[in-house]
Ligand binder design. Structure first.
Ligand code: ITT
Length: 205
């Protein structure tokens, strides 16, 4: 049985990463662009989990199919967890990735050593009609450098160096990023869940 999953995101970069990570799993990933338009979900939850659940359940309910959402953010403990759940809008409601990075580097200007530690977190929600929504998370630890480096990836990738590496995520190839990213770690857990669940359904059916 091939399962069709709707990726509940409008972020093209994320979609590309998720579809690469799904390759070879036997799951057919569809994007929201393959379906009639539905109103955007307002991401006003106080946690990644609340937003991820909201997005996945809205899409699954609208189309009667399983939907997978991802809510991610960058957390800097020395900034009390900021940008955190508001990572997309850190520099203001209409801001872009560059403005967010400028604001972050400015906020961290006087911080050095372990105070520059940060981590990415992704929470994925898998909403399945008639079943309880499944949540899986993944994290990637590292540090924030003092300038932008690299052109790959998106968001905060040019200022984030993963622990144990000398390159920012934006200096890595997409393949290298996908091998270690918070998103791939969360997705690997979702894939395990899907494999087990599909297996059980097959045995029953
Ligand atoms: P959707 O809600 O439509 O999925 P979004 O762009 O709003 O897309 P998120 O809320 O999950 O995405 O992510 C918030 C921000 O966190 C995002 O805009 C980026 O700035 C940053 N971010 C998320 N994943 C990232 C990654 O892998 N690398 C760098 N920055 C990332």
């Amino acid at each position: 049985m091939i399962l069709t999953l709707i990726a509940a995101t409008r972020n093209k970069h994320k979609l590309k990463e998720i579809s690469k990570l799904m390759r070879g799993t036997g799951i057919r990933l569809r994007s929201l662009d393959d379906y009639p338009p539905i109103p955007d979900v307002v991401e006003n939850g106080r946690t990644l989990e609340a937003n991820a659940i909201k997005k996945a359940e809205a899409v699954s309910k609208a189309f009667g199919q399983p939907a997978l959402s991802d809510d991610s953010g960058l957390f800097v403990p020395a900034l009390q967890g900021k940008p955190g759940v508001r990572s997309a809008r850190y520099a203001g409601p209409e801001c872009n990735y560059a403005a967010n990075n400028v604001k972050l580097l400015k906020a961290m200007k006087s911080l050095s050593g372990s105070k520059r530690k940060a981590y990415f977190a992704t929470t994925m929600a898998l909403a399945w009609p008639g079943e309880k929504t499944v949540i899986r998370t993944g994290t990637l630890s590292g540090k924030i450098i003092t300038e932008n480096r690299g052109r790959n990836g998106f968001g905060y990738d040019p200022v984030f160096v993963p622990a144990g590496y000398g390159k920012t995520l934006a200096e890595m190839t997409p393949k290298q990023k996908n091998q270690i990213s918070h998103r791939s770690r969360a997705l690997a857990k979702v894939a395990v869940y899907l494999r087990n669940t599909l297996e059980k359904k097959r045995v029953k059916g």
